[in-house]
Design a protein around this ligand. Structure first.
Ligand code: GLY
Length: 254
């Protein structure tokens, strides 16, 4: 059974980091309700959900994906690029230690888990405002022991690599080609987001299903036509905090 580690919405969510979005009012109660439904969705898809308590002083802590990169063999605790987010990692490391050997990215490296897209033994990492060369080099050293090949991927216009591309079937990626070079995904079938839905490339594959925001109907129609099985969720309030469906969990498999 996959394990999904999540963390409840912080009451301070409205004070989150924002890089590419303007600040708009966030209904934190609604965000928490949407997040609970997201957790229930993961449970319905067969995950054992380990839900960590909210962190009152860490606005972005619901976006737990950024704190670690977990593969079958090891958990790499990140050093988030945003200074305000660095205290998020310690409680996650303590939980992950129950499931995996734990290693860490060290200063001056920075790495956000949202920049890390694993495609089999290939691990693509966005060279972003959050993840630097040193962080990517450290990840490469830590994962190469286990047979993974880490590749840095230039990005533009978005926060994380997984804002621009995610995997939706074993051989298909969903891509916003305006933000990442689609040639990166040669060998994969590519579905491009509808141009009017630039934030639509973030999907969360859980087994053979894909958790997907209900905010992108045109791109969802493309996924339907490609027979990608979507489970829709409403994450509108989390999206205002520059979060999406992959950010809200760490999925442990194997
Ligand atoms: N608000 C999500 C982030 O900037 O990390």
């Amino acid at each position: 059974m996959p394990i999904a580690i999540t963390r409840k919405v912080s009451p301070a969510l409205a004070h989150c980091e924002l890089t590419h979005l303007a600040r708009t009012p966030i209904d934190v109660e609604l965000a928490a309700a949407q997040h609970e439904e997201y957790e229930r969705t993961l449970a319905r898809l067969g995950c054992w959900v380990v839900s960590l308590p909210a962190e009152a002083d860490l606005p972005d802590s619901v976006f737990i994906e950024d704190t670690a990169v977990v593969v079958e063999e090891v958990a790499v605790i990140t050093r988030p690029g945003a200074r305000s987010r660095r205290p998020e990692t310690a409680p996650v490391a303590a939980v992950l230690a129950k499931y995996r050997p734990v290693v860490s990215i060290e200063a001056p490296g920075t790495l956000d888990g949202g920049d890390v897209l694993r495609l089999g033994r290939r691990v693509l990492v966005g060279l972003s405002e959050r993840s630097n060369r040193e962080g990517i080099d450290q990840l490469s050293r830590l994962l190469s022991h286990h047979g993974y090949k880490v590749e840095a991927v230039p990005l533009g216009g978005c926060l994380h690599l997984k804002s621009a591309a995610t995997q939706v079937t074993p051989d298909t990626v969903l891509v916003n080609p305006a933000w990442v070079d689609p040639a990166t995904f040669s060998g994969f079938t590519r579905i491009d987001v509808y141009a009017g839905e630039p934030y639509a490339a973030n999907a969360l594959m859980v087994g053979d299903r894909v958790v997907y925001p209900d905010a992108f109907p045109h791109t969802a129609a493309r996924l339907d036509r490609a027979a990608v099985p979507i489970v829709a969720v409403d994450v509108s309030e989390l999206a205002k905090a520059e979060g999406a469906v992959t950010c809200c969990s760490l999925i442990l498999t194997g």
